[in-house]
Design a protein around this ligand. Structure first.
Ligand code: PLP
Length: 497
């Protein structure tokens, strides 16, 4: 049996390949559950290139090659759904969304118009409505709006664009026209804001980064001062970017205070909840406290590909002001695409920056429908319990130091030596490097404003408390080894019981 409707038509793919590939996927997923499976096989680029012929030739390859090469690809790719992967803000395998991704590709269409993606359009709208209700943007009197975009960085761009349009609508046609715009975020905000200032032609220097406090929350008195200074200089402040769940510390800015400042100076308030938005599904007073005041914002970024476990990308830009995205983005010249039919009102293309847009909504919807709000609430409950466990282990061992009290799922800590004065940055970097190269654990590190190197471990839905205990033991073992090799030939470290 062969698939007969594929490209190029001169080549045939054996139908049995599908069954073989799905069996391979099943094996791969099972392996991810075993702590004995390496998270990665790290190779230097030159070495990696030697393992696989990457060149594209004249003749093409056969069916058997397809299976072999995909097996190899899986072998040398980082297993981000492995229980010991805690490097990025995404992890864990989500079966409904995995299938949703495949089906979206199978039915490959564009979300630009309702007629090309009827169900995709309605599904996306349903999720946007739900998210807007959770945030508090959508009420009986306010429909609110939103769109899926390729990444949280892009959603932050949409926030900046809508804010600039709201402040000076003529920028859409005339550009910035000499206006010295100014935007404000904290020094813990995601770097995408800076990139997007460049994209919008405002310049990275027009973004002021306000210092944050010891918890990673923006200092609102400094924010207000900076706005006053900008006004004094004759600039046009237009945007405040708050963060719900900062990238490094998982901190939540004081949204209510920021909203009051935004209102006072008539600025747009955008909340970057790429990482922390999913906390809205946690029915606990902690989420109410951390997210207090978000409904007062004008727009919101929410990445379902982070905490919700949906494959990249699954990002939402949510806007309180219905119709504004359309005004800001719609242009003439697309008559070939946007016909006036009875369902034109459902076309999402005009309010989007993209033309072709994937049906990313399907994978989010399948996962959310499958697990329900409760599934995510339970997952978050479990994650907090693992955070508390890790915190306890770290606090009770004099070889470790917590960098801050985690509010979310970023556990930041470092190895210290209780007695001896050694270069801790060097040791922490070396431990991280050895862990990574061993292939057993993949955990990230960062550097504080004062130059302290520390681990940033993102707690993983797949992992167990025992995995974290083993991880810390491994870190201690490596510390011992490094100390013995390099600093203290006769040191003895305390290991967990
Ligand atoms: C707080 C925050 N905002 C935005 C982003 C960017 O999201 P994306 O990687 O989807 O572009 C990140 C990425 O880690 C983030 O942590």
């Amino acid at each position: 049996m062969i698939f007969n409707n594929h490209l190029p038509i001169t080549k045939q793919v054996d139908r049995r390949i599908l069954r073989r590939l799905f069996r391979m996927i099943g094996r791969y997923l099972n392996q991810n559950n075993s702590p004995d499976t390496p998270v990665l096989h790290y190779l230097e680029p030159d070495n990696l290139k030697k393992r696989m012929d990457l060149t594209i030739g004249e003749a093409g390859m056969d069916n058997e090659w397809l299976v072999k090469i995909l097996r190899k690809y899986l072998r040398y790719s980082v297993r981000t759904t492995h229980r010991n992967f805690s490097n990025q803000l995404f992890s864990a395998f989500n079966f409904p969304s995995f299938i949703g991704e495949i089906i979206a590709t199978l039915t490959n269409t564009t979300m630009a118009t309702y007629e090309a993606a009827p169900l995709g359009t309605l599904i996306e709208q349903e999720i946007i409505d739900k998210m807007n209700r959770l945030i508090g943007f959508k009420t009986e009197d306010n429909p609110a709006d939103g769109i899926m975009v390729p990444g949280g960085s892009y959603a932050n761009l949409m926030g900046l664009m809508c804010a600039r349009y709201k402040a000076v609508p003529e920028t859409k046609e005339k550009g910035i026209n000499g206006i010295q715009f100014r935007a404000f975020v904290s020094d813990e905000a995601h770097y995408s804001f800076k990139k997007m200032m460049n994209v919008l032609g405002l310049g990275t220097n027009a973004l002021t980064e306000i210092p944050s406090d010891e918890h990673g929350r923006i200092k609102t008195d400094l924010l207000e001062n900076a706005i006053k200074q900008s006004l004094k200089r004759g600039e046009k402040p237009f945007f405040i970017g708050a963060t719900a769940g900062t990238t490094v510390y998982g901190a939540f800015d004081p949204f209510r205070e920021m909203a009051a400042i935004a209102r006072k100076y008539n600025l747009w308030l955008h909340v970057d909840g790429a990482w922390g938005g999913t906390l809205l599904l946690y029915k606990n007073k902690k989420s109410k406290e951390l997210l207090d005041g978000i409904q007062l914002a004008d727009s919101f970024t929410w990445d379902a590909h982070k905490m919700m476990g949906v494959p990249l990308y699954a990002s939402f830009f949510l806007c309180k002001h219905d119709g504004l995205m359309h005004q800001c983005n719609a242009v003439q010249g697309a008559e070939y695409l946007f016909h006036s039919t009875e369902n034109t009102a459902f076309d999402t293309g005009p309010k989007s920056l993209q033309c072709g847009r994937r049906v990313d909504a399907l994978k989010v919807w399948l996962a959310w429908k499958f697990y329900g709000d409760k599934g995510y609430h339970d997952m978050i409950t479990d994650l907090y319990s693992k955070v508390n466990y890790l915190k306890k282990l770290i606090n009770q061992n004099p070889w470790f130091e917590l960098i801050n009290d985690p509010q979310y799922f970023n556990v930041c800590f470092r190895v210290v030596h209780p007695k001896i004065d050694i270069d801790l940055n060097e040791i922490n970097l070396e431990i991280r490097e050895r862990l990574f190269k061993s292939g057993n654990y993949f955990t990230n590190y960062s550097v504080s404003k004062s130059g302290t190197v520390f681990f940033r471990l993102i707690v993983n839905p797949n992992s167990t408390k025992n995995d974290y205990r083993n991880f810390l033991n491994k870190v201690i073992g490596m510390t011992e080894a490094i100390l013995k090799e390099k600093y203290l030939p006769d040191s003895s470290a305390r290991v967990f019981d």
